[in-house]
Design a protein around this ligand. Structure first.
Ligand SMILES: Nc1ncnc2c1ncn2[C@@H]1O[C@H](COP(=O)(O)OP(=O)(O)O)[C@@H](O)[C@H]1O
Ligand SMILES: O=COP(=O)(O)O
Ligand SMILES: [Mg+2]
Length: 566
C-alpha cells in the first residue's frame, strides 16, 4: 500500500476541540464562536478587550519561496510542518494562512491545506466553504455591483461614465465564459446595457480590503473609499457615493473575525482571507497576525508565490498596515524548481514531471541556482534574515540537496532539508532549529520605498531594487493614470505590481535571475478601498479558466464520503 492520500490522512485525524487549540495560544473561550465541532471564529474584540495582550511578543516569520513551477513548491506544507516542528521543540507557535479559493480546488492545483502529514484540518471544510467568508465577500462585492447598475438604471444622477466603470462582479469559480459579458439586455426595465465581466473572488478588492482591515471601523472606512468608476468629468465614484458601504459592512461583519483551525498535530492555525498573490497582495489577514503575534512565541505566515510576489507585498503593503515587523523569512526551495530554472525542463500542472528531471543531476540544480541566490538577495534587501528550507521530495537525491547547501554556506545563510510532508513536524526538526538560531540575529527591517515617494518612483523602486530590472516603461495610458491618481490624492498609497509569478520578470519564459530587461507597465488601477495602486504588466488573468479535465471531474460524494478532494 502506497503513501496515503492527503484526504485519507486528514480524514483519519483525531481533531481537538477549538477551545483546546485556542488554549494553546491563551485565547479565552469567551472570544470563540464555534462553527461546528472543529472550527471556530475568534471575536475581534480580543484585540482591544481589557486584560488581553496589546503588543507583539512573537517572533514573526514570513514563509516565501523561489520562483515556483505551476505546481507550487511547498510554502503551505512547509509553513504547517515547520509550525509543528517548532511546537515539538517546545515553542508556542501559530501559523496564519489564507483560505483556499474553490477555483484552484476544483481546477488543477487542488486545495491549499498543505499535504501529507503537514496539513491543516478539517481539510475538506478548509477547501470548500469554511465559515462562509468567501461567500460573504462575493455577496458584498456583487451588492456594490448591483447598486452601481441600479444607479445607472434610475437616471445616473452622479453622471457616471458607463465606459469608465472599473468595478466588475466576482464569483469563486474558474469560469472563463464570465470574463467578458454584456448585462442589461432585454427590455427597458431590465437595466442599462453595458459590457463588463466577472473576476474570481480571490481577485476581489473586497477580499484584499478585508485582509488589510484592522477593525470593523477600519473595514467600514475602507469600504466607503472603494472606487467603482469615474464620472464624465473624471471624478472618482465611490461606494460611499452609492450608499453601499454600510450594507457591505453588515454582510462582512462576521467575516472580519479570523477562523481558528489546527494542524494534524494540534498546532493553532488562523485561516483568514485569500487574496491571490499575482493580481492582489497574496497574504492572509492583518487581524489574524495581530491576534497571533500577541500570544505566540513564533508566528509563521505564508506569502503567495515567490519572494518577488507575496513576500514583497507582505513587506511593503501588509507590514506597513499592521505595524508588525518580520524577524526572518523562510525561503522554500525544491530541486524540481531549480531544475526548471535551468531552462531545460517545462513543468505543466496536471502532467507528469519530465522523466529526465527525475534523474539524479546536481548540475541541473546548479544551472538553476541563480534563482535561489536572487530570492535570498530579495529577502536580505528588506533587512530580514533568510533561512532556506529544502522541501524534500521523494525523487530528490542528496547530491542535489548538497548543491543548495553549498550555495547557502557560500552566502552564510542557514539552510536545512525538511521532510515534513512525509514525516510531519519531526521531519522539520532541522529546519525548526535553523530558524530558532536565525531568530537570535537582530534585524534591520526596511521598506523598498517610503510612502511620500511618487507612485512612479515606488513602482521603479520595486522593479529595480526587488526584481533587478534596468527600469520601467510606462504605457502612455498608465503614465497619465498615475498622474491623475497623484492629483486625486492616491499618491501616498503603496503599490502592487501584478505580473507573472512564474518569473522574477514579467515574462514567464525568463527563468533563473533575469538581467538586462525592463518592466513594461501597460495599465494601472487604484484599489482605493484596500489602499494601494496596482500596475499591470503583461497578460493578467483575474478570472482563471479550467483545463480540459479539471479536478472537479474526479471529486465525488460516495456513501456520504468525499472522494478526490486534494
Ligand atoms: N515534499 C513534498 N512531497 C510531496 N508533495 C509535496 C511536497 N511539498 C508540497 N507538495 C505538494 O505540492 C503541492 C503544492 O504545495 P503547497 O504547499 O500548496 O505549495 P505553495 O503553497 O508553495 O503553492 C501540494 O499538492 C502539496 O501537497
Ligand atoms: O497566491 C498564491 O499562493 P501559493 O503560492 O500558495 O499558491
Ligand atoms: Mg500556498
Amino acid at each position: 500500500m502506497g503513501f496515503p492520500s492527503d484526504l485519507e490522512i486528514a480524514s483519519a485525524a483525531e481533531l481537538r476541540p477549538p477551545a483546546e487549540i485556542a488554549g494553546r495560544l491563551g485565547i479565552p473561550e469567551e472570544f470563540l464562536e464555534p462553527y461546528g465541532r472543529t472550527v471556530a471564529k475568534i471575536d475581534l474584540g480580543i484585540l482591544t478587550a481589557p486584560g488581553q495582550p496589546q503588543e507583539q511578543r512573537a517572533k514573526y516569520v514570513v514563509v516565501t519561496a523561489v520562483t515556483p513551477t505551476p505546481l507550487g513548491e511547498g510554502k503551505t506544507t512547509t509553513s504547517v510542518g515547520l509550525a509543528d516542528g517548532l511546537a515539538q521543540l517546545g515553542k508556542r507557535v501559530a501559523v496564519t494562512l489564507r483560505q483556499p479559493s474553490m477555483g484552484p480546488t476544483f481546477g488543477i492545483k487542488g486545495g491549499a491545506a498543505g499535504g501529507g502529514y503537514s496539513q491543516i484540518v478539517p481539510m475538506d471544510r478548509l477547501n470548500l466553504h469554511l465559515t462562509g467568508d468567501f461567500h460573504a465577500i462575493t455577496a458584498a462585492h456583487n451588492l456594490l455591483s448591483a447598486l452601481l447598475d441600479n444607479h445607472l438604471h434610475h437616471g445616473n444622477e452622479l453622471g457616471i461614465d458607463p465606459r469608465n466603470i472599473t468595478w466588475r462582479r466576482v464569483l469563486d469559480v474558474n469560469d472563463r465564459s464570465l470574463r467578458n459579458i454584456v448585462l442589461g439586455l432585454g427590455a427597458r426595465a431590465d437595466g442599462v446595457a453595458r459590457q463588463t465581466g466577472f473576476d474570481i473572488t480571490a481577485a476581489s478588492e473586497v477580499m484584499v480590503l478585508l485582509s488589510l482591515s484592522s477593525s470593523l471601523a477600519d473595514l467600514s472606512q475602507r469600504l466607503r473609499r472603494i472606487v467603482v468608476g469615474y464620472t464624465y468629468a473624471g471624478r472618482p465614484v465611490t461606494a460611499d457615493d452609492l450608499g453601499a458601504a454600510g450594507a457591505m459592512a453588515v454582510i462582512l461583519k462576521d467575516a472580519i473575525n479570523p477562523n481558528l483551525l489546527q494542524t494534524l498535530e494540534g498546532t493553532p492555525a488562523l485561516i483568514h482571507c485569500g487574496p491571490f498573490g499575482n493580481i492582489a497582495t497574496g497574504n492572509s489577514s492583518v487581524v489574524a497576525d495581530l491576534v497571533a503575534t500577541r500570544r505566540a512565541d513564533i508566528v509563521l505566515t505564508e506569502a503567495g508565490f515567490g519572494a518577488d510576489m507575496g513576500a514583497e507585498r507582505f513587506m511593503n503593503v501588509k507590514c506597513r498596515v499592521s505595524g508588525l515587523r518580520p524577524d526572518a523569512a523562510v525561503i522554500v526551495v525544491t530541486v524540481r524548481a531549480l531544475k526548471a530554472h535551468s531552462g531545460r525542463f517545462k513543468i505543466v500542472a496536471g502532467k507528469p514531471l519530465p522523466e529526465e528531471l527525475l534523474a539524479e543531476n546536481p548540475d541541473d540544480v546548479r544551472a538553476g541556482i541563480a534563482n535561489l541566490r536572487k530570492h535570498i538577495q530579495i529577502i536580505e534587501g528588506f533587512g530580514v534574515w533568510p533561512v532556506v528550507a529544502i522541501n524534500a521530495f521523494p525523487q530528490d537525491f542528496d547530491s542535489e540537496h548538497q548543491v543548495i547547501r553549498d550555495l547557502c554556506a557560500e552566502l552564510g545563510v542557514k539552510c536545512a532539508v525538511s521532510r515534513h510532508v512525509a514525516e510531519g513536524g519531526a521531519g522539520a526538526a532541522e529546519l525548526a532549529q535553523a530558524l530558532i538560531d536565525a531568530l537570535d540575529h537582530p534585524t534591520h527591517f526596511r521598506y523598498t520605498y517610503e510612502s511620500d515617494q511618487s507612485l512612479v518612483s515606488k513602482i521603479e523602486a520595486v522593479a529595480t531594487k526587488v526584481y533587478g530590472a534596468d527600469g520601467v516603461d510606462f504605457a502612455p495610458a498608465a503614465a497619465s493614470a498615475l498622474a491623475a491618481y497623484e492629483k486625486l490624492g492616491f499618491g501616498d498609497l503603496p503599490v502592487v505590481i501584478a505580473k507573472s509569478h512564474l518569473s522574477i520578470s514579467h515574462d514567464p519564459a525568463l527563468k533563473g535571475a533575469p538581467t538586462g530587461w525592463r518592466l513594461p507597465v501597460r495599465e494601472v488601477r487604484a484599489a482605493a478601498g484596500a489602499g494601494y495602486v496596482y500596475a499591470i504588466c503583461g497578460e493578467m488573468r483575474t478570472m482563471p479558466g479550467f483545463a480540459s479535465h479539471p479536478n472537479a471531474e474526479r471529486i465525488d460524494l460516495v456513501d456520504g464520503e468525499i472522494r478526490g478532494l486534494s
